[in-house]
Design a protein around this ligand. Structure first.
Ligand code: GLY
Length: 387
């Protein structure tokens, strides 16, 4: 294998949307930036539905994460416009809102709890009875018992987002190495680049580990520094709404059916995305009959008319899960190595804020206030002992 070498200010390991937005923003700040990924623009974003669901995916104990999610949601309109201006790509940002509904008494109790939490957090969410839900979305099942109208949870098309970020990086002069990073280079206790699977060596002053669910297993990263990230499988379906059936749904519709989350995300181009399973099965990305069956069964209970629609795609992706469901951002315990990973269910939503805070960390060495609670320090043994 031939050994070639190049040098950059920043090497980003991983070319999914988080790696790409970091590279784009770093290049905009004048840093010579490279990305290592065999297939940049790929990864979990090619599977994700693209809900910007800060309010409807709120969970107890995640109020700090909520702050970051809302911050990123607020950045989306300007971020989408800037990407469109820079590349000519429309990322499908659609301010359509979301309706979270309940099918039985248990689901309704769950939604009532969520509504109380949302209200305590000062979030916009309105309780509707079943008839009001169906007035908004006439395709809903007659059995829908009530729901939450959340006008602030929107959507973007993650595939178009990934394509736009790739184009933006290319235009900003980011260098792409189309190979896996095999090993982090560490010289005198400092990250100095990486050796790639094709034999190329990249020297860099700073390295960003943004490899999604693979971030926890890069060779060369000391054990104490490896981010505690694991893969959480999500199976997702894509259907098509023929023009004769349009408008099928006008906003994202979601529910918890017998404890499982199901959501239907309608795009303006007629695509209807139905997701998602949540499975802890390592790096398995098999689409299973059981996964497809459960998604269709639950989606059919919500919106019976989906059985008429062509099923165009089934696919599984891996969310990068972290121990507290929040991302790891900024400097790690190894000088020269930054983290931008562990975004779990919120990778698409957190893309704008991640790019901004990582660029700040790479240029100034410090994270802005909004990202400070999300450093890897919170998982270090010393910090946990004193927490
Ligand atoms: N945020 C949606 C999902 O992870 O399935």
């Amino acid at each position: 294998m031939s050994r070639t070498r190049s040098t950059s200010d920043v090497l980003v390991i991983g070319g999914g949307i988080i790696g790409l937005v970091t590279a784009w923003r770093a290049a905009q700040r004048g840093l010579r930036t490279a990305v290592a990924d065999p297939e940049p623009g790929g990864g979990a974003a090619r599977v994700a539905a693209g809900m910007l669901a800060a309010v409807t995916e709120l969970h107890y104990g995640e109020e700090t994460l909520l702050g970051l999610n809302l911050d990123s949601a607020r950045r989306y309109p300007a971020f989408a416009a800037e990407l469109a201006e820079a590349t000519g790509h429309d990322v499908g940002y659609r301010a359509c809102g979301t309706l979270a509904v309940a099918l039985d008494a248990d689901d309704r109790a769950h939604l009532r709890e969520l509504h109380a939490l949302q209200t305590r957090c000062g979030l916009g969410s309105e309780w509707l009875n079943g008839r009001e839900c169906r007035r908004l979305e006439p395709m809903l099942a007659p059995g829908v018992r009530g729901g939450l109208r959340v006008d602030g949870d929107h959507q973007v098309d993650p595939r178009r987002l990934a394509d736009a970020l790739l184009a933006a990086c290319e235009r900003a002069g980011v260098v792409f190495h189309r190979a896996f990073a095999e090993r982090l280079t560490v010289v005198r206790d400092r990250a100095r680049g990486a050796l790639l699977a094709d034999g190329h060596e990249v020297d860099a002053d700073q390295v960003v580990l943004a490899a999604g669910s693979l971030s926890g297993r890069l060779a060369g990263v000391p054990d104490r520094v490896l981010p505690p990230v694991r893969p959480v499988k999500g199976q997702v379906l894509r259907l098509r709404v023929p023009p004769a059936y349009a408008p099928f749904l006008s906003r994202t519709v979601r529910a918890v059916v017998r404890g499982s989350h199901v959501y239907l995300v309608p795009r303006e181009n007629g695509e209807l995305v139905v997701g998602a399973t949540s499975e802890e099965l390592g790096w398995d990305t098999t689409v299973t009959a059981g996964g497809v069956y459960e998604l269709l069964r639950d989606a059919h209970e919500l919106v019976p008319g989906i059985t008429e629609l062509p099923l165009t795609e089934t696919r599984a992706g891996l969310r990068p899960g972290s121990p507290d469901n929040a991302p790891l951002l900024g400097p790690s315990a190894l000088p020269g190595l930054h983290l931008a990973t562990g975004h779990y269910r919120n990778g698409v939503l957190l893309t704008p804020v991640t790019g901004d805070v990582m660029a700040e960390a790479l240029t100034t060495g410090a994270l802005p206030d909004e990202a400070r609670p999300f450093t890897a320090r919170r998982f270090s043994p010393v910090h946990l002992e004193h927490a």
